[in-house]
Every structure is written in structure tokens, then in C-alpha cells.
Write a protein that binds this ligand. Structure first.
Ligand SMILES: C[S@@+](CC[C@H](N)C(=O)[O-])C[C@H]1O[C@@H](n2cnc3c(N)ncnc32)[C@H](O)[C@@H]1O
Length: 270
């Protein structure tokens, strides 16, 4: 089995995505998505950004490598009566099912960054775009002090080193790497721009309960707990994550955890 697919099917990302809905909607609101635009949401999960795009009238295709998330996305779209939003399985490194120059917008929020072969991913995003179209990526930033970069950093300290040749997803959060990848796909460097933005996670319950969701449902953290278990270090991992979540929680309410996280928003207009 493709390890990338296995990682994301291992958990149930919906349980994390439920905490990301408000920011997903707010981000889509900034993208000028209007009725009739063809939008490809890559690494769409269960539709945190695909569904808000469809609600604004776009004709949306969500592509994701995880079969369970594709099914969850289609179920959500059906329940909301969004006939203009469909989800299908596919790999960002090779989207042969999507024709050349066929979409107005490619949106990939914390999605394509997790695919291997980043140069192939950039090439595919550019290939499917119509003239005049644009690509928006949201990418976590390596060593950023906010939530997700720190979760991934803590988790990787507990997991065995990746195989040789593995390119860290976090390299998509480095402007020079992003530029190099899109330039290699034929985009002039001046057509690539960057902005820092914030995504806020809102989860009912305490910070420790939010950690529990990551422990039970988020592939990278699940793998870290599996490895920590073998090394007898579960309490250490749990403690580090609980300290992180507690320190970053901005909610004034005891029954709610609210944590903002900084990401790099990339806009490409080839
Ligand atoms: C952190 S989740 C983000 C999901 C969604 N964009 C959101 O914001 O809720 C990462 C997603 O990327 C998907 N993914 C990882 N590698 C992929 C690949 N090679 N091709 C397509 N999707 C991929 C995962 O299955 C997962 O749904």
C-alpha cells in the first residue's frame, strides 16, 4: 500500500477538520470564488474548503488520496444538497483523471504539501490550470512557533527517521522551495506571491481533550504515539503535546479550546 495513502487513511481526519470549519470558510471567502468557476481542491480531505467553495456557487471537484475522506466529503455534500461538489480519489503527484487546462482555480490547503515528489505536484497543478487561472496553497511553516508546525516537530522527534530521499512536507512552507518548484513547472518567479495568514482551530473541550483527538485520529500523531509506545515514552509525548496545546489556547471559556496557527499562503498566477 502507498505509505502516503496509508498515513491518511489510518486515522479519521474529519475529527480534526471539524475544528477547522470557520477558518476554511473564511479563507475561501478571500479567494473571490464565484458562481460557475471550476475549482479543483487538491488534498481536500472531507471538504473544509471544497464545501465553502461549492456554497459560493463554484463547480467543485475535490481530489484526495484517502478513500475514507473522499467518502466523508461526498456524504457531507449530499447532506447539504450541493450537487455542484463531488469528491474522488486521486494522487496530487499524478492527476491523470483531470484534463490539461480544465480548471479556473486550484486550491490546496494543507493538502498537496503532504504528497511526495513536490516537483511533480507543482507540475500537475500548473498543467490542469486554464489560462488566466490561479493556484492557492496553504502550507505549514517549518519551525514556526504556532500549533501545527510544533505538533509535527514534536511528533517527528518520537518517530523513526524517514526513508532516504524523503522530502519533508514542511519544505512547502519555505518560500525559496516553493518558487523553485513552480519555476521548474514553467511559472515565472514574479507570478508567485506569499502572505502569512492564520487558521484557527476551535475544538469543544479542554486542550487535553483536543490532544486526544490528534492522538486518536491524526495519522502523523498516531504514528508518533505508536513509536512512543514501543519506546515506553507515551507519557513524555502526551505531556509535550498537552503543554503545547495549553500554552497556545486563546479561549476564555473552559469548555472550548481555540488555537490560532500561522501558515504560508501561496498564490500562483501563471
Ligand atoms: C491535513 S489534511 C487537510 C485536508 C483538507 N484540505 C482540510 O484542510 O481539511 C491533508 C490531506 O491531504 C491528503 N493527501 C495527502 N497526500 C496526498 C496525495 N498524494 N494526493 C492527494 N491528497 C493527499 C490527505 O489524505 C489529507 O486529506
Amino acid at each position: 500500500m502507498n505509505p502516503n495513502k496509508a498515513l491518511w487513511e489510518k486515522g479519521d481526519f474529519t475529527r480534526i477538520a471539524e475544528t477547522m470549519r470557520e477558518s476554511g470558510d473564511a479563507l475561501v471567502g478571500k479567494l473571490g470564488i464565484t458562481k460557475g468557476l471550476k475549482v479543483l481542491d487538491l488534498g481536500c480531505g472531507d471538504g473544509t474548503t471544497a464545501i465553502p467553495a461549492a456554497k459560493r456557487g463554484a463547480d467543485v471537484l475535490g481530489v484526495d488520496i484517502a478513500g475514507n475522506l473522499v467518502a466523508a466529503g461526498n456524504k457531507r455534500a449530499k447532506e447539504m444538497g450541493l450537487a455542484n461538489c463531488r469528491f474522488q480519489e486521486g494522487d496530487a503527484t499524478d492527476m491523470r483523471e483531470v484534463e490539461d487546462r480544465s480548471v479556473d482555480r486550484v486550491v490546496s490547503i494543507f493538502g498537496a504539501m503532504f504528497a511526495p515528489k513536490p516537483f511533480e505536484v507543482a507540475k500537475e497543478m500548473v498543467r490542469v490550470l486554464r489560462p488566466g487561472g490561479s493556484i492557492t496553497m496553504g502550507n505549514w511553516i517549518p519551525n514556526d512557533p504556532t500549533l501545527v508546525a510544533q505538533i509535527l516537530k514534536i511528533s517527528s522527534a518520537f518517530t523513526p527517521p524517514p526513508p532516504e530521499g524523503f522530502v519533508s512536507p514542511m519544505t512547502w512552507g519555505v518560500e525559496s522551495n516553493v518558487t523553485e518548484r513552480f519555476v521548474a513547472a514553467g511559472v515565472p518567479a514574479e507570478k508567485i506571491s506569499f502572505e502569512r495568514d492564520t487558521f484557527t482551530f476551535n475544538c469543544p473541550g479542554t486542550p487535553a481533550e483536543f490532544v486526544d483527538r490528534f492522538k486518536r485520529y491524526y495519522g502523523p500523531t498516531m504514528n508518533a504515539f505508536d513509536a512512543a509506545e514501543k519506546g515506553g515514552r507515551v507519557a513524555d509525548l502526551q505531556g509535550q503535546l498537552e503543554d503545547l496545546f495549553t500554552a497556545q489556547n486563546k479561549s476564555q471559556r473552559k469548555d472550548m479550546t481555540s488555537i490560532p496557527a500561522t501558515y504560508l499562503r501561496v498564490t500562483v498566477t501563471p
